[in-house]
Design a binder for this molecule. Structure first.
Ligand code: FES
Ligand SMILES: [Fe+2]
Length: 438
């Protein structure tokens, strides 16, 4: 008999696990996910190309650029006889299928059927599925739900002026939910990023002590999702870690940044369901240069992209950095974690609360209501400032040290950022060059 620590931690059945994890069209979670704008890449991805394959929420799609420069996202296969639009021909208002030239507009409407008798009602019948695309902060977002579409939320880090932006990506062979649940699980940091790392170093003959004990944890619901709070041993309850915490923006974004004036940045981890068994993990960081910094223009121009690896050339998990450690743990849970075989403890109360809210929000969608964190007010959407800690424990060793302990070490602008935040003569530049901690 499965037990859990508290009565209201409902153990999930196999059926409920499906309900929480399946994201295809027509599934309750798929419908919830479709109420939110989902990021799927960077604007730069399509600048040099006319089309790009995209798989999102279990649907195969083609992102295309019209000759007028507008972006469309259309079902991959042509409604005529199913050739792919991947090799389509761009037109002024849309794209033509390469096979027989049928033309489709940005919203999937069939505009033209060469070699066919002109027949408007036939054209109307053969429309393709297509979704609106918008750009924000250099990322591309798609909205795959019913109209009227909500606003694309202008979260602080995506709209803050003058930031240096970077985007790390990993395509992970697992369901999205176990990744998000990690964000509602503060205690794992003490073990996975603390004691486990200490054990790895011990095997190299190096003694480190980095784990910080959680005295208590807490979770609250707010307008855009949940906030996560922790009190680490030796810290005060007046500290931001406990008082402010940081948000999980519903349904699939973690926002954890640093508001400290000397090292200000916004940091988002977005877990985009590709399908039930794959997730595109995006790390979007936007750094606010200190007022005195001279920032080379090229750093501000674009979103600097990189891949975050999780396995090495030998096929072993890379566990020398925080994000690698996380990916190892998530992947080790199985392609779709079997929640019917779990035993939740008291420290899983954030995970239990997240699942409860997801179920509640799926019901709302079924009833035709907007779920949590939907924005329709343009005034509110000028800029949405999220709650976040100003001083974070993880930054206490300095900027370069934190970069080297995370996905950020793979960034092509890691050294530029260290120069900006620690100065041209920072001794850490050498470490950044080798991507190794001392
Ligand atoms: S298959 Fe696309 S026009 Fe024929
Ligand atoms: Fe983690």
């Amino acid at each position: 008999m499965r037990r859990c620590y508290e009565e209201d931690f409902v153990m999930e059945t196999a059926e409920q696990n499906k309900l929480l994890t399946q994201v295809g069209p027509g599934t309750p979670m798929g419908e919830l996910m479709r109420r939110y704008w989902q990021p799927f890449g960077a604007a730069a991805d399509i600048q040099e190309k006319w089309t790009l394959k995209v798989r999102l929420l279990g649907e195969d799609l083609i992102l295309f650029r019209s000759r007028q420069g507008q972006l469309g996202l259309i079902q991959a296969q042509c409604p005529h006889r199913r050739a792919s639009f991947e090799h389509g021909i761009p037109t002024q208002q849309g794209i033509r299928c390469p096979y027989h030239g049928w033309e489709f507009g940005l919203m999937g409407q069939c505009l033209n059927q060469p070699n066919e008798p002109d027949n408007a009602s036939f054209r109307e019948k053969v429309g393709a599925r297509a979704y609106p695309v918008q750009e924000l902060g250099g990322l591309l977002f798609a909205y795959m739900g019913p109209q009227p579409q909500p606003l694309l939320p202008r979260l602080d880090g995506f709209v803050h002026p003058g930031t240096i932006r970077m985007l790390g990506r990993a395509l992970l062979p697992i369901n999205w939910l176990q990744i998000m649940e990690n964000s509602l699980d503060p205690v794992h940091t003490e073990w996975l990023h603390g004691h486990h790392y200490e054990f790895l170093k011990e095997q190299e003959g190096i003694k480190v002590a980095i784990s910080a004990h959680h005295q208590k944890i807490d979770f609250k619901e707010f307008t855009y999702g949940m906030t996560k709070h922790r009190l680490l041993e030796g810290n005060s309850e007046d500290g931001d870690d406990w008082k402010v915490g940081h948000p999980i923006v519903f349904p699939n974004t973690l926002a954890v940044g640093n508001g400290d004036e000397s090292q200000r940045y916004f940091s988002f981890q977005i877990r985009v369901p590709v399908d039930d068994e794959h997730t595109l993990h995006l790390w979007y960081n936007a750094y606010v240069p200190p007022p005195s910094a001279v920032v080379p223009a090229h750093l501000l121009k674009t979103v600097h992209q990189y891949t975050v690896p999780y396995k090495d050339a030998q096929g072993e998990f890379i566990v020398d950095n925080v994000d690698g450690q996380d990916m190892m743990a998530w992947i080790s849970q199985g392609t779709i974690a079997d929640r019917s075989a779990e035993n939740l403890g008291s420290t899983d109360k954030g995970v239990a609360m997240y699942r409860r809210i997801l179920k509640r929000e799926m019901k709302k969608v079924e009833q035709g209501l907007d779920p949590i964190a939907i924005v329709r007010d343009a005034l509110i959407n000028e800029r949405i400032d999220l709650p976040n800690e100003r001083k974070k424990h993880h930054n206490s060793d300095g900027f370069a040290s934190f970069m080297l302990r995370t996905h950020a070490k793979y960034s092509p602008i890691a050294a530029d950022l260290v120069k900006i935040f620690e100065g041209e003569n920072s001794p850490n530049l050498k470490l950044i060059a080798t991507k190794e901690l001392a």
